[in-house]
Design a protein around this ligand. Structure first.
Ligand SMILES: NC(=O)c1ccc[n+]([C@@H]2O[C@H](COP(=O)([O-])OP(=O)(O)OC[C@H]3O[C@@H](n4cnc5c(N)ncnc54)[C@H](O)[C@@H]3O)[C@@H](O)[C@H]2O)c1
Length: 260
């Protein structure tokens, strides 16, 4: 799975899953563009990758802003040449009852989680075509398979990402550009640890969460990074239009019962 010297853009890579993805590409000697809105988080990831001998450049990017995306891609190609891999990872969640959701909430979730995927793809496609191919990886969610109350905006945006992925894969296959989605489930990120810290009996809640999974444990951002490396590698030239679910079997189960 050789990704050395490949130019790889990872959006939202200052924290969480995106950071794990960026650092894994860095360890494997790719040239990593940390396309992140939070300047201190983005700079820290660039510094960490460089500190470990890798190549990275933080470019402050707001994926809800078309000009910001165009500038980030322009700076990337001017500095390092054509882009080999684009990982659309940046995403937000707003979970609340539908009556409390505002149009601004809807637009923020859609613009961050879905419209951004349209815009980055639109501006990267010509570069990848000219370069003879490339790989686009969209981080969706297991909410596209099975979801929860009060998550309508997120479930809709991520389902849109998977539909978009499939159509784009068909459009770009003849140009050697592969487009795939990854659908993670519960991941042990700082968000999760924050949520867990609200409970008095954290060990009990953790056990309950773990037992939702066929594997009896929740996921780790490192595994999402491993899947991205695999998807962008030359081991899987025939893999496009796929959606890889990484949720320990959580969304495979029909229902939860102490008897099954
Ligand atoms: N954490 C999970 O359990 C989980 C599960 C399934 C899917 N996902 C998806 O994985 C992706 C990463 O999730 P995470 O939990 O690591 O999130 P996170 O909040 O920990 O990190 C998201 C990063 O994106 C950045 N970001 C936010 N808005 C941005 C914008 N407009 N432009 C550029 N960067 C922006 C943030 O600053 C942050 O660094 C998201 O798309 C999310 O929906 C996460």
């Amino acid at each position: 799975m050789n990704v050395a010297n490949k130019v790889v853009i990872v959006t939202g890579s200052g924290k969480g899953i995106g950071r794990a993805i960026a650092e894994e590409y860095g360890k494997r000697k790719a040239i990593v563009i940390v396309a992140e809105i939070d300047a201190s988080a983005g700079q820290e990831v660039e510094d960490t990758i460089r500190h470990h001998g890798g190549q990275a450049l933080f470019i402050r990017t707001d994926v809800t802003n078309e000009d910001s995306i165009k500038q980030m891609i322009k700076k990337t190609t001017e500095t390092y040449g054509p882009v080999d891999t684009l990982v659309n990872n940046a995403g937000i969640t707003i979970f609340k009852p539908i009556e409390d959701c505002t149009l601004q909430d809807w637009e923020l979730v859609m613009n961050t989680d879905l419209r951004s995927v349209f815009l980055t793809s639109k501006y990267i496609t010509g570069i990848m075509k000219e370069n003879g191919g490339g790989s686009i990886i969209n981080i969706a969610s297991n909410h596209v398979h099975a979801t929860l109350p009060d998550t309508e905006m997120y479930a809709a945006a991520k389902s849109g990402v998977v539909g978009f992925t499939k159509s784009l894969a068909l459009s770009l296959g003849k140009h050697g550009i592969r487009v795939n989605a990854v659908c993670p489930g519960f991941m042990d990120t700082y968000h999760y640890q924050n949520w867990l810290s609200n409970f008095d009996d954290q060990a009990f809640i953790q056990k309950e969460v773990d037992e939702l999974h066929a594997t009896q444990k929740m996921g780790n951002p490192q595994e999402v990074a491993n899947v991205c490396i695999f998807l962008s590698s030359n081991l899987v030239d025939q893999m496009t239009g796929s959606c890889i679910t990484l949720d320990g079997g959580l969304s495979t189960r029909l229902y939860h019962s102490k008897y099954a």
